[in-house]
Design a protein around this ligand. Structure first.
Ligand SMILES: *Cc1c(COP(=O)(O)O)cnc(C)c1O
Length: 455
């Protein structure tokens, strides 16, 4: 009998609830704090910036949360996404391991980001919000939220990290095609941007700085304008669990159970999205499963950062979040995995890492591109530079299985395709990419500046 390559769910089999892992965590995340008073932020404070229902989800301890019908209908533009058995990659690696990947690159924006963009636009629209502001690093979040805002008739301003704005003109054009205004950050449209440009006119920007600009604009008119975020926060991770909920059903169809679930890690949403539904079995029933978050060696908050309260942005507009962090003043190297250049990790995954329930690995840039090409040449899909981190870790697992002469089942999330990141591949082919070794001293410079709220 010929092999099954793709495990597909029908529209009717798409999960109708998101999974909130907080309900099952042995230690729930510490509360976010107001940077001025160091007291827990109230829901009212958060709602000045974000839609109310999103903040209810942010603080929820319910195990499952219904996906609204209208969101389900829009998810069906591309969901359920395929679970694919990577026979080609297995053969290329000559490994006894079985490798599966969840293909989130099939969304209109080319990544997992619309899984949260659609519900975020939906809840803002439901509340009567007419304008959203946001930031984007690699441009994937910006394009996802542009699509979502277009579907709900919301006007969108996107602050795009300047290095990506210059490297990725096509993402800007996608955002424009979906009706959004795109501004390179730092910009002279905000106080924060102007003051940075005064000090450093050539500043290439950072996610934290772009957040500061987008927040500043949203706070000018909180009754009609809100801000939204594509990663890090709990509600974003929550929305992404549709990935893992589908994958649970699909692994069952395949008659397999993953020994290890892998996702690349920027702020934690695609990793959390694929991994948390699988972690549920471990938290509730003590099942034996590993979940591995993979970050770039050049931005190693999980493996070399400190667990501490830190700001989500550079200027102090966001609450203090209990996170593994490199410090909000950390300036990551201009690596091509733009979506992974963020100084901190979301509170849920940070707490789980602290409790030893998730693992973290850092992979150098050259290994990730080599892995991405092995994947492209064996499975056909050119992966996003971010996703190549998950592929590299999956390959490490598969090679270890080979060394040990033992099979194992590996599931990784293909968070996006790289068709709009071919510039990065061009740089790789030209031998222009490096690994950016990061001395301890550079990390301690920004980490030592943090106030030690957690002793
Ligand atoms: C944004 C992005 C990431 C990183 O963000 P997470 O919130 O950690 O998932 C990873 N891969 C792709 C393709 C992205 O667009």
């Amino acid at each position: 009998m010929s092999k099954t390559k793709k495990f597909l769910l029908s529209d009717q089999q798409m999960p109708t609830q998101w999974y909130n892992v907080v309900a099952d965590m042995p230690n729930r995340p510490l509360p976010p704090l107001d940077p001025r008073t160091k007291q827990p932020v109230t829901k009212e404070q958060m709602c000045a910036l974000f839609a109310e229902e999103l903040m209810a989800q942010e603080m929820s301890v319910e195990r499952f949360i219904d996906i609204p019908d209208q969101v389900q209908d829009l998810y069906k533009i591309w969901r359920p996404t395929p679970l694919v058995r990577a026979y080609g990659l297995e053969k290329a690696l000559d490994t006894p391991a079985k490798i599966y990947f969840k293909n989130e690159s099939v969304s209109p924006a080319g990544s997992h980001k619309p899984n949260s963009a659609i519900p975020q636009a939906y809840y803002n629209h439901k509340q009567g919000i007419k304008n959203l502001t946001t930031e984007t690093g690699g441009g994937q979040w910006g394009s996802a939220i542009a699509l979502a805002c277009q579907l709900f008739g919301i006007d969108l301003k996107v602050y795009m990290v300047r290095v990506s704005y210059n490297q990725k003109p096509y993402r800007k054009l996608m955002m424009n095609a979906w009706g959004a205004e795109v501004i390179p950050s730092p910009s002279n449209t905000t106080q924060v941007g102007r003051s940075v440009l005064e000090r450093d006119p050539d500043c290439s920007g950072s996610l934290g700085l772009a957040i500061s600009e987008a927040v500043e604009v949203a706070l000018r008119d909180p009754s009609t304008t809100k801000y939204c975020l594509g990663s890090v926060l709990n509600h974003v991770l929550l929305h992404q669990t549709v990935i893992g909920e589908e994958a649970l059903l699909q692994m069952e169809m395949a008659g397999d159970k993953p020994d290890v679930v892998i996702g690349c890690f920027g702020g934690g949403s695609n990793f959390g999205g694929v991994a948390m539904p699988f972690l549920r079995g471990k938290l509730i029933r003590g099942e034996n499963i590993r979940v591995v978050a993979v970050e770039p060696s050049s931005c190693p908050k999980l493996t070399r950062g400190t667990f501490q309260y830190d700001l989500g942005d550079t200027e102090g507009f966001t609450p203090l979040i209990p996170m593994y962090t490199l410090g909000h003043t950390f300036q990551p190297a201009d690596i091509h995995a733009g979506g992974l250049r963020y100084h901190g990790a979301g509170a849920i995954v940070s707490q789980l890492l602290r409790d030893g329930l998730v693992e973290a690995q850092a992979v150098p840039q050259l290994e990730t591109f080599a892995a991405g090409l092995i994947f492209a040449r064996s499975e056909g899909i050119i992966p996003a530079p971010e996703s190549t981190h998950a592929i590299a870790a999956a390959i490490r697992e598969a090679n270890q299985a080979k060394e040990e002469g033992r099979s194992r089942t590996i599931l990784f999330n293909l968070s996006g395709h790289g068709m709009i990141d071919l510039y990065a591949y061009e740089q790789y082919f030209a031998g222009k990419l490096t690994n950016y070794d990061l001395p301890d001293q550079v990390i301690s410079q920004s980490v030592d500046r943090l106030e030690k709220i957690i002793k």
